[in-house]
Design a protein around this ligand. Sequence first.
Ligand SMILES: Cc1cc2nc3c(=O)[nH]c(=O)nc-3n(C[C@H](O)[C@H](O)[C@H](O)COP(=O)(O)O)c2cc1C
Length: 216
Amino acid sequence: MKPIARIDYQVGPLDESGLAGSPLEQFRRWLEEADAAGIEEPNAMAMASVDERGQPHVRTLLCKEVTVDGFVFFTNYESDKARQIEANPQVGLCFHWQPAHRQVRVAGIATRIPQAESDEYFASRPRDAQLGAWSSPQSRVIPDRDYVRDRLGQVTEQFPDEVPRPPHWGGYLVRPSALEFWQGQPSRLHDRIRYIRRTDGGLDDPQAWMRERLAP
Ligand SMILES: Cc1cc2nc3c(=O)[nH]c(=O)nc-3n(C[C@H](O)[C@H](O)[C@H](O)COP(=O)(O)O)c2cc1C
């Protein structure tokens, strides 16, 4: 690999006095700042799950909602990630906003969201994305490139008007047990603030979280 330039992060610190009142507010603030800074798909996150042998697998997903309960993404319930989650719902998330030198890590439990909520989100998607959900047996081995295109042709004919949500497609909610906000700083003396769940309260409830600073 060719040498890659080292960057000394010259941005403001993450100070306890400057933190938002709750982890939800702090996350939304950083997400909005990343969006306002023009970062493309600031809701993209890495999601790690483990298989039955304990092997971790990581892939990028789009976080479609952040609520007091946690982080929501949508996928195929028959994909590898979904099979892993059904067997072991412990997952990790990681957002990285490179130009802002910021990272947010989440550890939590993933559960399916109610079907009505998946229906609602599916109905809001563009038609080609809806048809795509029907045509791709996500994570399965397929014979060639045409396989999914042929299926797309079939479902396009099958659903000339409204496209119903496939039963194998929907959302997961990741309910955090811990979150960490990381802010890059000069001389690698980065700031790390971790929130650990104390009670059953929401992400918007400061009393539900214990806060601590970690060494970089
Ligand atoms: C920027 C980006 C966003 C993505 N968003 C999603 C998503 O929201 N849902 C999804 O199922 N896959 C998404 N993918 C594809 C996944 O990374 C992955 O390839 C796919 O879900 C299959 O993963 P699995 O075989 O581990 O189940 C995205 C990929 C990229 C690069």
